[in-house]
Design a protein around this ligand. Structure first.
Ligand SMILES: Cc1cc2nc3c(=O)[nH]c(=O)nc-3n(C[C@H](O)[C@H](O)[C@H](O)COP(=O)(O)OP(=O)(O)OC[C@H]3O[C@@H](n4cnc5c(N)ncnc54)[C@H](O)[C@@H]3O)c2cc1C
Length: 379
């Protein structure tokens, strides 16, 4: 049972956004900027955002050479370039919105470790550089084999090293704090612990049903437009969309004395990634080892992938160096049959921006802006 006051003052909004990840918060900020007098509400099911945005690796992710070549084997060059451009534009938007200091942004480039089987990638560097030059302005990739010894890498992934001059890194926690603070400062209402169980669209508005374990029945909210920014979890609200979950697992070590590695790294078509953070190694990936098992929204971690990460950490990244794993966690990404995010008007009043894959840090702000543009066109 809801009180009269609750119904009068907490039930009507101009715009409701579901999901307080990178996309949902950016969308809410964009809406508030465009419609300063509108009531904009973000509904988040978790106490914290509970998908990928607070649980990722923080690569300001432009893609490694082998990853882009892998994309080119299934997608046209024009699409690969447009996705690369969208990542660049999204990252710029995020940096301009929040400021580099507030997101811990650093642009020191990145490196990709190349295994023997992947040596043919080296022959494609010039082609990739030429393809991306209109966006990057400078050659994106160059060989940097001399640094393999400097960084101390060993094992099967250290036959060559490619530097990516365009990639940066952020501090994920700082970024999400800054984004949440910015949304609240802009006048956006954010309610956590608010799981949307369904919605119902009518000609004059949308009714949104939120689970309420204290009052009997669901909390019913009304709004003019509803934006679904629930990424991997979107099929519970939009069952016909082409999106499935993909779990990503990460570990982080205790601080390591005399660490020689600096910066951010990928290998194996972007399926593995590691970076130096607070003198620790943050290392994640391995989804390709068990695609079926990782096609899940379950946040538990699995032995098969954690053991693989530890093996690669010990033999490739930190050979001969003592370390201890301090923490492990997972997050859930959203994938589909193409790598492009879905940004669309689902109806006159319901919109969606989801399926950010492993690139949402870079893509998210742009996808949100694109969705809000669709909303304004229908208002
Ligand atoms: C381990 C890992 C490493 C990654 N590393 C990188 C990286 O280095 N660089 C990069 O660019 N990207 C990376 N990503 C991907 C990136 O984090 C995501 O693409 C991005 O966070 C997606 O943002 P989002 O807002 O679309 O989704 P999410 O962050 O998942 O947000 C969706 C939100 O919706 C909420 N929600 C879902 N259903 C409901 C409901 N019914 N009611 C209310 N709320 C709901 C969820 O709780 C969640 O908070 C990584 C992801 C993982 C998991």
């Amino acid at each position: 049972m809801f009180s009269y006051w609750e119904q009068q003052s907490f039930s009507f909004y101009d715009h409701i956004v579901i999901g307080a990840g990178i996309v949902g918060l950016n969308a809410a900020i964009e809406l508030k900027q465009l419609y300063p007098h509108a009531r904009v509400l973000v509904l988040e099911r978790g106490i914290l955002p509970s998908g990928a945005s607070t649980r990722n690796a923080g690569f300001a992710c432009m893609g490694s050479a082998s990853e882009l070549l892998d994309d080119l084997s299934t997608t046209s060059a024009a699409e690969v370039v447009s996705l690369f451009a969208a990542r660049k534009a999204g990252l710029l938007k995020l940096r301009e919105r929040l400021g580099d200091n507030h997101i811990g942004y650093q642009c020191n480039g990145s490196h990709e470790l190349i295994s023997e089987a992947q040596l043919p990638v080296l022959e494609q560097i010039d082609m990739l550089n030429e393809m991306l030059l209109p966006i990057t302005g400078i050659p994106a990739f160059r060989r940097a084999d001399e640094r393999i010894g400097q960084f101390g890498f060993a094992g099967i992934y250290s036959h060559a090293l490619i530097e990516n001059t365009c990639e940066g890194e952020i501090h994920t926690g700082m970024m999400m704090r800054a984004l949440t603070d910015r949304a609240i400062a802009a006048g956006v209402e954010v309610k956590t612990g608010a799981e949307v169980v369904s919605f119902d669209e009518q000609a004059e508005g949308v009714t949104v049903f939120v689970a309420d374990s204290i009052r009997a029945g669901n909390w019913q909210l009304r709004c003019n437009t509803l934006s679904v920014c629930t990424n991997a979890f979107s099929t519970s609200l939009l069952p016909h969309e082409d999106i499935k979950p993909g779990r990503g697992q990460i570990l982080i070590t205790e601080p390591i004395k005399g660490l020689r590695i600096k910066g951010i790294f990928h290998f194996d078509k972007g399926y593995y990634y590691f970076r130096v953070l607070d003198n620790r190694i943050l290392f994640g990936g391995g989804r390709n080892l068990d695609f079926d098992g990782e096609n899940t929204t379950d946040f538990n971690i699995s032995d098969i992938i954690q053991q693989d990460l530890e093996h690669k950490l010990c033999h490739t990244i930190l050979p001969g160096i003592e370390y201890k794993v301090a923490q492990r966690w997972s997050g859930i990404m959203g994938f589909g049959t193409t790598r492009h995010p879905i940004v669309k008007a689902i109806s006159d009043r319901v919109f969606g921006a989801f399926r950010m894959g492993g690139m949402g840090v870079a893509l998210g702000s742009n996808a949100a802006a694109h969705m809000v543009q669709l909303i304004t066109e229908r208002q």
